[in-house]
Design a binder for this molecule. Structure first.
Ligand SMILES: NC(=O)c1ccc[n+]([C@@H]2O[C@H](COP(=O)([O-])OP(=O)(O)OC[C@H]3O[C@@H](n4cnc5c(N)ncnc54)[C@H](OP(=O)(O)O)[C@@H]3O)[C@@H](O)[C@H]2O)c1
Length: 132
């Protein structure tokens, strides 16, 4: 039964992926979502900052894990989806904070719902970019 904690998470805890969550606005959003009881996946490129962010979130009581992710790379996005599936088994919320130069084209592709082949469930709620 060594896998029991992981299965509990899969069955009971909602999971949020926050891209750009190793600092700045993304980190603050991760803290806020963790405080509501969600498991938070910290998505970003820089491994050192990412793992430091995960440790800071955990130190504050969060259930957090890191996900290597470059939002401009389809391969990286696919790998991140697979990593979240393995670790949490579900994705309920996506908050996308980086706005890299290639953003506008990709931002239009990301939110499509009915034809998406993403492993995220169709009920996943998304927030993209700076809206406030
Ligand atoms: N802060 C403000 O007052 C403000 C005002 C208006 C708009 N915004 C917009 O809000 C967003 C976030 O701002 P911020 O101040 O929180 O920025 P920030 O402190 O520079 O943080 C950016 C985050 O995005 C990650 N990131 C950058 N490129 C990425 C990529 N290609 N794939 C995955 N992660 C990536 C960075 O980590 P890695 O480098 O490790 O990937 C970092 O975690 C930006 O789009 C910014 O333009 C901010």
């Amino acid at each position: 039964m060594g896998d029991a904690p992981s299965m509990d998470r899969v069955n009971e805890r909602r999971t949020a992926l926050i891209t750009g969550a190793n600092k700045g606005i993304g980190f603050a959003v991760a803290q806020g979502l963790a405080a509501t009881g969600l498991t938070v996946a910290v998505g970003a490129r820089d491994e050192t900052r990412r793992e430091e962010a995960v440790e800071r979130l955990r130190a504050g009581g969060a259930d957090a894990f890191g996900v290597p992710l470059d939002v401009t790379s389809d391969d990286s996005v696919a790998a991140a989806a697979a990593a979240i599936e393995r670790t949490a088994g579900r994705l309920d919320v996506l908050v996308n904070t980086p706005a890299p130069a290639a953003g506008p084209t990709r931002a239009r592709r990301t939110p499509r719902r009915s034809t998406s082949t993403s492993s995220a469930p169709s009920s996943t709620r998304t927030c993209s970019g700076w809206s406030g």
